[in-house]
Design a protein around this ligand. Structure first.
Ligand code: DGI
Ligand code: FE
Ligand code: FE
Length: 188
């Protein structure tokens, strides 16, 4: 499926706010792809699909993983919403006909990141945080500018802010998020 068709399909299943966010991430990913020399079509597809499984409950995400033999870590067992990336990549392959491994990786890892992210993975990870509809993070104006001047620095800042937020609100940190931060923190 192409981006236009996927947008239409997702409009039917995502809540209006989530759909707006999805379009925001799609186009912000394309802008970052222009800046950093990534394929625009790949960025658009990864961006539009990154939250395509977000309409499911934690229980439903877990059930889909079990039925389809997708891996579930202990942290994901306790915070199953973290699985919307992995299930999203599964849907991207099965329902939307995406076979490009880089696009599937960008969808899979968009919430926690991973050490050794590809350029496309960093782009979607960052676009998810800075797209125009977001307003909850502090210092977003600066972070948006930073994203277009130094993507690696932006990635670390986002990870740092996410870890701080999880600590402040007493939420469980997935070791994967910590692993990603530790592997990138020297870029600051
Ligand atoms: O799906 P979105 O809301 O667009 O964005 P996302 O997939 O990045 O999810 C954002 C949420 O994920 C945000 O509330 C922080 C949370 N998150 C990121 N890393 C971790 C985490 N939550 C837990 N419990 N543990 C993590 O390591
Ligand atoms: Fe998400
Ligand atoms: Fe998102």
């Amino acid at each position: 499926m192409d981006c236009r068709q996927i947008e239409k399909e997702l409009k039917k299943i995502l809540k209006p706010k989530r759909w707006r966010h999805t379009i925001g991430v799609e186009y912000t990913s394309v802008c970052l792809a222009m800046r950093y020399g990534e394929d625009l079509e790949k960025a658009a597809l990864a961006g539009v699909l990154h939250d395509c499984a977000k309409y499911l409950s934690g229980e439903e995400l877990l059930a889909i993983c079990r039925e389809n033999h997708l891996p579930v870590s202990e942290a994901e067992e306790r915070s199953p919403f973290l699985l919307h990336g992995r299930v999203g990549a599964f849907f991207a392959r099965e329902k939307y006909g995406i076979s490009d491994e880089d696009i599937l990786g960008a969808i899979t890892w968009h919430t926690t990141g991973r050490p050794g992210m590809t350029l496309l993975e960093k782009i979607v990870f960052t676009a998810d945080y800075i797209e125009p509809g977001r307003n909850e993070a502090p210092d977003l104006d600066r972070l948006r500018q930073l994203s277009f001047t130094d993507l690696d620095k932006a990635v670390v800042e986002i990870l740092k802010q996410t870890l701080d937020y999880l600590t402040e609100t007493g939420k469980e940190i997935d070791p994967q998020t910590e692993l990603t931060y530790n592997s990138y923190k020297n870029n600051l």
